[in-house]
Design a binder for this molecule. Sequence first.
Ligand code: PMT
Length: 213
Amino acid sequence: MRILITAGPTREPIDPVRYISNRSSGKMGYSIAEAALENGHEVILIAGPVNWAAPAVSEFISVESAREMYDAVAERITGCDAAVFCAAVSDYRVAKVAPEKIKKTGDHLTLVLEKTEDILGSCRSVFRFKGVLMGFAAETGNLIANAKDKLTRKGCDFIVANDVSRKDIGFDQDQNEVIIFGADGTHKALPIEEKRVIGKELVKRLEAAHQNR
Ligand code: PMT
C-alpha cells in the first residue's frame, strides 16, 4: 500500500517569535510510519515540528501550520491506499498575525482566533479520498461518545481514541493505551503498550481493511 501519515503538532503564529501549539512529540505518528515501513509499505510522512530524524520513508514533508499540513495532504492523498491522521492539528489560528513582535502594554491582551481547516474532515468531502481512512481522537472526557462522533462525522473507517488527560500515555510518552473504533460498529481496546507495538497493530488494521475493500 501507499500510506499517508500525519504526525506531530502544528504551530500557528501569533507574531514573528510566538505561536500556539501543543505537546505532541510525533512519537505515535512516527511509530506508525516505522511499522508501515517494516511491513513493506510505501510511506508519505507529513510532520509538524518534532525532534526526531525522519524514518526512511518515500517522501517526508516537514510543515509548521495547519494550513501547510492541509496543502501537503491535499497535494498527495490522491493515489494513496490508506491515510492515518495522527497529527495534533491546532483547531484555531490567530486571525491576524502581527507583523512585528507584540509589545507588552496593558494588563490584558486579546487574540482573535479563527478555525483552521479540518484536514481529516476534508478527506471524503473535499479530496474525495476513497482509501482506508484512520483518524485519532484525543479526549479528556467522554472518550467513547466523542470518538464515535468523530468516526461518523469525519467519514473514517477507524478512529483510534486515547485519553490525553492521563500523564502515563498519550502526548509525549513512549506508551499509549487506545481503543480502536471501526465504522462497522466494532471496537477493540488495546492494553497499555509501547507506541511502536500499537503502531504495528494499527498497520495490521489498515492491511485487513484494504484487503476487504
Ligand atoms: O505525538 P505524541 O506525543 O506521540 O502524542 C500522540 C497523540 C496524543 C498526539 C496522538 O495519539 C493523538 O491523539 N493524535 C490526534 C490529536 C488530535 O488532534 O486529536 P483531535 O481529537 O483534536 O482530532 C481528531 C482528528 O482530526 C485527528 O485525527 C486529527 O489529526 C484530525 N484533525 C484535527 C483538527 C484539524 N484541524 N485537522 C485534522 O485533521
